[in-house]
Design a protein around this ligand. Structure first.
Ligand code: GSH
Length: 216
């Protein structure tokens, strides 16, 4: 039995669901007992973070640690390349997502609410995201990672691109999308698990963005 602790809006859980869909892994989802950060949840998951996993009694938190574990525990449809250098390259890309691009998007959550939005902070946040998308072009220009497969490192980008676009629609976040990143996103959307997850996840994004609308 594989249990994932999550809440509907959690970005890194959507990232995990893409990989679980791609590998046809069955899972169940539970909300963190007592809420995340609660003493009750920390008794199970000491970091108090989401996502966390329990697989046949084995607990693990952090989406990337979980993704790597599941990739080995469920060997069918490998999502890391088969050489040490390509695996390192894939991890480099995944770390770029988890430590650079997604945190820059997350930094804008406080600007979603219409009533308290700071347009200067929105502009600055858009600039940081554009800078990271430009840096991603350099990572994408490395031709060594085969492009006909979905890798672990791709899953987070698919979700974060959806958030950036949702922010653009909800409050005119100024972001420049390099052509290479647009092509990369289109390539990711050729994988059915990516489209299926983004379709299932969209209502959670929309619900979160309700507060971006003016109240009257
Ligand atoms: N790098 C972590 C980030 C996970 C993360 O930021 N989770 C959020 C929810 S999407 C969370 O737990 N926030 C509450 C906290 O950090 O205490 C991962 O990949 O799991």
């Amino acid at each position: 039995m594989l249990t994932i602790y999550t809440v509907p809006v959690a970005t890194y859980c959507a990232k995990l669901r893409i990989m679980m869909r791609h590998k046809s892994i069955a899972w169940e989802e539970l909300p963190p007992p007592g809420g995340y950060g609660s003493a009750e949840y920390k008794a199970i998951v000491p970091s108090g973070n989401l996502p966390a996993m329990i697989h046949d009694g084995f607990m693990l938190s952090d989406s990337e640690a979980i993704a790597e574990y599941l990739n080995e525990a469920f060997e069918q449809v490998p999502m890391l390349p088969d050489t040490i250098q390509l695996r390192a390259k894939a991890r480099e890309k995944g770390r770029f997502h988890d430590t650079r691009l997604e945190p820059a998007v997350r930094a804008l959550y406080p600007q979603v609410a219409y009533e308290t939005r700071d347009v200067v902070a929105v502009q600055a946040g858009g600039d940081v995201i554009s800078k990271h998308l430009e840096a991603l072009v350099l990572l994408l220009s490395d031709p060594t990672l085969p492009q006909d497969q979905l890798w672990l490192c791709d899953c987070g980008f698919a979700v974060t691109f959806a958030w950036i676009k949702a922010f653009q629609g909800a409050f005119d976040l100024p972001v420049t999308w390099p052509d290479a990143v647009i092509s990369y996103e289109q390539r990711l959307h050729q994988f059915v698990p990516v489209v299926d997850e983004l379709t299932a996840y969209r209502p959670a994004i929309d619900a979160y963005l309700e507060k971006a609308k003016p109240t009257n």
